[in-house]
Structures are given as C-alpha cells and as structure tokens.
Design a protein around this ligand. Structure first.
Ligand code: PLZ
Length: 460
C-alpha cells in the first residue's frame, strides 16, 4: 500500500515525501500545548459571546484544513479522526468542492429553488436518485440539515400512508428539532428541559450485539421489536419505521446481520414505509455507497446529509416516486433548501467519491484501522468491543471483563488523544464509545500514527 490511500489524495508531492492535500502538509505538528494561547483567547471570547448551550468538544480554533489534518490558530497540526462529525468525507477544502463553490458564487448565490429554479438542484437530485439503494423510479428533495431531512421524510410518509405513528429505536439519533428530538433517544444533552415533544413516536429495542443480555440473532432482535410494534402500536397505524442502518451518536451500533432485512420485509408486508436515516452512514463512509447496501436492503425513503456536500450545509430525502410525488405541490420546501452553492459543493463531492473510488478508500481505511484496534483490544481489557464498518469504526470502553460502561475513562482517553494532537469524538447512550471517522482521503501514515497516539492515551 502506498502512503496515500487513493491517488488524488496527493495534490502535490514534495521532496520529503510528506503529501500535501489542499495546501496542508499531512503531518502532525505540536507547537504549543493543546489548546494553545491563541485558541484559549478565542475560547474566552466564545464564553462572552456565544450561548453557553452551544458546547465545544475541543476548544482548538481552526485556521485551515485539508486531507487528514486540521491546522489551528497557534500553528498546531492535528490529525483529524472526526471529519466534523462525518461531514468532510472528501477532505476539507477539497479542490473539486472549492472549484464548484467558487464558480457558483461568482454566478449567483441564491434565487430560492421554489421561486426561480436552477440546474444544480436537479443534478444533485439526479445523483441521489442514481446512487441511493434500489433501481426503482425515484424522486428527491433538498433541505439544509439532517434534522430537516428526517422531518420531511416523516411528513411525506404520513401524507402517503394517511397514518400518524412513527417507530424509532433505542439509542437512535435523528436531530434536535422538536419532531426529531422526540425521535432521538438520549435525554442529556439533547432533550432535557426542551419538551413537550411531538406525539405518535414509538421506541422499540435495537439490535445491539455487545449489550444483549442473551445471544439473539438479527432476525430474533427484529421479531422482538416488531412484535412490540404489532401489540402496542398496531401495524395499521404506522406510517414509517425510521432506522439508522449503523447508529451514529447512539454508539456506532451495528445491528446483527439479518436485522435490517427482517425489519424491511415486515414493513413491506404491512404497508409501513421503511425509512433509512443514512445521514451519518451514507456517501461511501462505511465502504459501500450507503450502509443499507451492505445487506442489499432497499428503503422506501432515505435521508442524507453530512458527507453529501464536502462541508456545505445540504441534506436530502430520496424515495420511491409514487411516495415522494404523493405530496401536493407546495407541500414541501423552504427558503434555502438546495441552495445553489451547496449544490455545487455536492456535485464536486459526489464526483470525487465516484471518480476517486472513495468507497474503496473507506474499505482500505478499515483494513488499516480494524486489525490495529483489535490488537489494542487484546492488550487493553477495558476495550470491550471493536465495531463499525469502513471508515466508521469505534471502540466501546467498559470495566474490564464486563459490559459496564466506563464513561469517565472514555473522556480521559479522548482528552489524552486531544492533548497529543489527535481529534477523536465520543458517542453512545452511555458516553463510553470512542469513534473514528477520518476523511476518506487521509494518508495511511496518519491513520497509523493516530492509532499509536490512541494506544499511548489508553496507557496514560
Ligand atoms: N440523523 C443519523 O447523525 C447528526 C449531531 C451533532 P443535523 N449527527 C450529529 C449534534 O450534537 O448536534 C444526525 C445524524 C443522524 C440526523 C442527524 C441530524 O443532522 O444536520 O445535525 O441536523
């Protein structure tokens, strides 16, 4: 394997052999403590100017970024294992994204697609219709954020089925708006004090292999959830079952094989729409274009966001044409949905994903990271589970020999990674999952170095 995981990761070589991507040398550099003095000054201004409820994981202020590196205002270069929560899949300031955006802002920045439309919106919808699972006739709509995509999927499902109820799973994360807060499982920090929440949302058990009290396969876990839906809600009242094919914020929970196909089959048999929330797992992240592809599951509706547009705010709902087209004209929209600049960014990002085989890059990242994480788990009994797929991997940290979550140790390990110049994120209902979401263009050398830093952090 070469130093870069795929060819275009090397914008320009240089004599030292360290690749440069988007103008940034792909090298970790620590010039100050983390956070450095300039970041600390900015963080003081943040406290004085920004609402306290907007939290910050790592108060290092960023001046530039590219490939697998974030450059901060003190000149430190951090290895990026977060991608801004799975957004900069194609890398930060990726050249094809930047070129598309530049060209678009020169021409026009906004008209509102609902007033006077433009071609970029159509091209993104065409790409979504082509790339999402299934070969059936599809339609798409564009919005600004993941939560808005989920809201619209629910609106469309209710309109099409004439039913109200929506099923979601334990550990689910679907957003922070009123409807999506109701769909999100975790109270702190997402819901506490923010109710009352939207009604007609019903939560059932997920397939979570590491935490099952007794072994249960995917079909069994699906039957457990579906029987509750049958008995407590009634399939005839359900508009949709909404599921993340690999859960994101909830802990990178990968359901047992067979779970998703069984849920999808039950939905089909009961005329309930199967909605896949691929906002975090979609667009090459898991080593397939969408996580549903792994088991050949074809959802009725798919929500997308994050990785779709290389960092610009864009999200979408894609689905069967008869479902999407069941909504009356004017029933869906929003001022900024499918903004032309965000669409131009998405077209650049999608071109990169396809032309540079970033699906393959995600698989190669897994091939580098997973064996190293498993070797770490063999040496560190506090790593209870290594899981995920492609470049969406995680470890779950527990009291050794048990499944008892150890959130305190997880935060300490993550903080030690940060201090060493590795940006890691935590997640999970119990706050004890450390997740790894590198940009798919990250050089292999940074992946290997990141794991070495993680090992030191585990030991500290
Ligand atoms: N569905 C599966 O992962 C966003 C949330 C960060 P928005 N996840 C990151 C935070 O703490 O707010 C997400 C997701 C899945 C929906 C969403 C919501 O997407 O673009 O943040 O609204």
């Amino acid at each position: 394997m070469t130093d870069t995981l795929q060819p275009s990761a090397r914008d320009a070589g240089n004599e030292s052999g360290v690749p440069i991507i988007s103008g940034v040398r792909q090298q970790r550099v620590l010039r100050t403590a983390i956070p450095g003095p300039r970041s600390q000054q900015l963080q003081e201004r943040k406290t004085a100017a920004v609402a306290a409820g907007v939290g910050v994981t790592l108060p290092v202020y960023i001046a530039a970024a590219g490939g697998g590196i974030l450059v901060d205002v003190d000149g430190n270069q951090l290895i990026d294992f977060g991608s801004g929560i799975a957004v900069t899949t194609v890398g930060n300031a990726a050249p094809r994204v930047v070129d598309g955006v530049r060209d678009q802002v020169d021409r026009f920045t906004h008209t509102c697609f609902m007033v006077t439309p433009y071609e970029g919106y159509l091209q993104v919808c065409e790409a979504l219709n082509r790339l999402t699972p299934g070969n059936h006739d599809k339609r798409s709509m564009l919005v600004n954020s993941g939560a808005e995509a989920v809201e619209n999927a629910v609106k469309i499902a209710r309109r099409y089925t004439g039913r109200d109820a929506v099923a979601v799973f334990d550990h689910a994360y679907h957003g922070r708006t009123n409807l999506t807060m109701a769909m999100t499982a975790k109270n702190m920090p997402y819901k506490d004090g923010f109710g009352p929440f939207a009604g007609e949302i019903y939560r059932v058990p997920m397939s979570y292999p590491f935490r099952e009290p007794a072994p249960i396969d995917g079909a069994g876990a699906a039957a457990r959830a579906l029987s509750l839906l049958d008995k407590q809600v009634g399939a005839n009242r359900l508009a949709a079952v909404v599921v993340e094919p690999i859960q994101g914020e909830g802990g990178f929970v990968v359901p047992a094989p067979g779970f998703l196909p069984a849920v999808a089959a039950w939905c089909r048999a009961n005329h309930v729409l199967f909605v896949a929330d691929e906002i975090q797992s979609g667009f090459a992240r898991t080593g397939d274009m969408f996580a549903c592809d792994h088991e050949g599951v074809v959802p009725d509706l798919v929500t997308t966001a994050k990785g779709i547009a290389g960092g610009l705010p864009l999200a979408g709902v894609t689905g069967r044409s008869e479902i999407m087209d069941s909504v009356h004209s004017g029933g869906l929209g929003g001022t900024y949905g499918g903004n032309p600049v965000a669409c131009a960014a998405a077209l650049g990002a999608i071109a990169m994903i396809e032309q540079d085989d970033l699906v393959g890059a995600a698989r190669r990242i897994e091939a580098v990271l997973r064996p190293r994480l498993e070797a770490l788990a063999a040496r560190h009994p506090e790593i209870g589970d290594v899981r995920g797929r492609g470049a969406m991997l995680a470890i779950e940290i527990v009291a050794p020999g048990t499944t008892t979550p150890d959130a305190a140790r997880t935060s300490r390990v993550s903080a030690a990674c940060h201090a060493a110049g590795l940006v890691t994120l935590t997640c999970g209902t119990y706050g004890n999952v450390l997740r790894f979401l590198p940009p798919l263009v990250i050089p292999e050398s940074l992946l290997v170095e990141g794991i070495e830093l993680l090992e030191q952090a585990l030991g500290s």
